[in-house]
Design a protein around this ligand. Structure first.
Ligand code: MRU
Length: 355
């Protein structure tokens, strides 16, 4: 396998051969160790999402689908009413692990719909249907990432400099990824880009995962600290910003990793177009605008202690640690989806494609 094929064929999430557990790469240990973990209890599945062992909006959705299939096999001998009640409880529990990425609730609802609509069906058959559905969620994501990569590639040309924030590559999705997909696809076609990856404080998804994926694929990547985005833009090195998304509201506002809105504000100053790239599973037409997106708040020790040999702030110092921010749709040149590139006015054009 060549470099690209290896990176874009990472099995970041899958079922074990006997389908009794989910296997996934522990993304918290990359790039130093590639460790596969298995989860077959609700606590382990919850913990994997909460602790970002599986992370990235589409990947979380795929994982949740597999997790529900694994969990519901344990009570498939129960009568329908008990099965459905237990299913709902576990689904709600997993859904409470992280609030911002809509792919989690999207995948869980999609699976739960099957249970709700199958009250006349033997429980064993419902479980089989759920098994097919979680695989379909994964396969559809692979296809959507490929289409997004094609549309994204049409926005850039040989030699362009692209700035990205956080990680929206194969590890966060499946195969090509979303915001990094055009670079992987372009490289396959013999094109070269210069990618600048924000390190992405505080959990360093850009440093640990994005620069890892691109470097392994032989793509020219330069890692920068988040506060260096302005200088690389001013230097004229950036022709476009490609970022992922965790929830796109009906008016085009979108939540993505904390710091994304700052990148977009800087890019506006320098006249650089900003695109968010994401599958329809990340579009929440029930959410009118960014004001309605719940922003996850995380443990302050991620800022003060994690990744440091010793704490770099006093224990008693207060921290504010939002995991995401909302980028205003007015800062956005386009939303790249598997159905095409959505341009302003986003409220009108998103409705046409996804209403
Ligand atoms: O907290 P994370 O690492 O799950 O945040 C991930 C992001 O913000 C990604 O950019 C987003 O989920 C898109 S992944 C295709």
């Amino acid at each position: 396998m060549d470099q690209i094929t290896q990176v874009t064929h990472i099995d970041n999430v899958k079922l074990t051969e006997d389908k009794k557990a989910v296997v996934f790469i522990d993304q918290t240990q990359l790039p130093n160790r590639t460790v596969y973990l298995t989860a077959d209890t609700e606590e382990d599945c919850f913990d994997a999402i909460l602790k970002l062992k599986v992370r990235g909006a589409p990947c979380i959705g795929i994982f949740a689908g597999y997790a529900m299939y694994v969990l519901c096999q344990k009570y498939q001998d129960k009568p329908y009413a008990e099965f459905a009640a237990e299913y709902k409880r576990q689904s709600a529990y997993l859904n409470s692990s992280r609030p911002t990425a809509v792919n989690l609730s999207w995948a869980l609802k999609r699976m739960e719909k099957i249970v709700e609509e199958s009250s006349e069906v033997p429980v064993g058959e419902i479980v089989e249907k759920l098994g097919r559905e979680c695989v379909a969620i994964h396969e559809e994501d692979i296809a959507m990432c490929r289409k997004i990569s094609e549309y994204g590639l049409s926005l850039i040309k040989e030699g362009d400099g692209i700035l990205t924030h956080c990680n929206a590559g194969p590890l966060a999705t499946s195969r090509y990824g979303t915001a990094l997909g055009p670079m992987f696809l372009g490289k396959e076609k013999g094109m070269n880009f210069r990618v600048f990856a924000d390190e992405t404080r505080p959990l360093l998804q850009g440093a640990r995962l994005t620069s890892y994926e691109l470097q392994k694929a032989g793509i020219d990547v330069t890692l920068i600290c988040d506060n260096m985005a302005s200088i690389v833009m001013r230097n004229g090195w950036i022709q476009a910003c490609f970022v992922g998304c965790d929830r796109i509201a009906a008016n085009g506002d979108f939540a993505n990793k904390i710091g994304t809105s700052g990148v977009a504000i800087l890019a506006k100053h320098y006249g650089i177009p900003v695109y968010t790239l994401g599958p329809s599973s990340t579009i929440d037409m029930n959410c009118p605008d960014g004001e309605h997106i719940e922003i996850e708040l995380r443990d302050p020790n991620e800022i003060k202690e994690k990744f440091y040999a010793e704490p770099m702030a006093l224990k008693e110092v207060k921290c504010y640690n939002p995991a995401f921010d909302v980028t205003d749709h007015e800062l956005l040149a386009g939303i790249v989806t598997e159905k095409g590139i959505v341009r302003p006015p986003f409220d009108v054009n998103l409705k046409k494609l996804f209403g």
